[in-house]
Write a protein of this length. Sequence first.
Length: 246
Amino acid sequence: MGIGRAVLGVCLGLGLAAGAAAQQQGQGGGSDPTGLMPMQGVGPLRSESTSEDGGGPVRSPILTIERERVIDESAYGRRVLSEIEAEGNAIAAESERISEELREEELALTEARDRMEPAAFREAAQDFNEKVGRLRAQQDQKAQEFTARTEQARRAILAAAEPMMTDIMREAGAAVLLDRRQTIFSLDVTDVTDLVIERLDQRIGDGSDLDTAPLEADPDASAEPEDEGLDGAPDVSIFPETAPED
């Protein structure tokens, strides 16, 4: 049975129990046409903090979190994402510059064709093709490494937040922390995203003092992003595909 179905079953069970109790009270002398009369001695559900200052999580066996918000909205995440964006823009700008240079070189080679011997032109065209292929491979490699570093940075941000998540689960008496995007339905009081971000900011700020650098490539990291939320590799296509033909 999935967790979502189990939670739904618990909610339905609580609703049926409350309805039955209300009906019994109505038979005992009170009237409650809505069937929503609360049981004796049981107050309405409310978010009760475990901390004296009201800054703790609600008591719940299951909590939810939006991981993308932790990445996007924490001070650490904002700084790292800014660095990632700058690096991606630099790679894209370099690729555009290379493409423009190759366009100009192709045009010059085309214009010189009539003044060159056929054999000399074929040799020059072959050299140009090899240059295009070499530059395209270099930029593709940079793009793949950038994608891997981006995913590694995302994991580093979430890893930095794990101690806060563990503390909050312990305070709430929770056994499970779910990604809210993967749940069918959950109450807002079980969402601890804001609390995780707050404590992460208090603990490490923007992460400038951390020993590890999240943008350093992990040789074992996959180049495929695990989640949506960040842009992929910058466009590094190199023009032209081939040199002018005879």
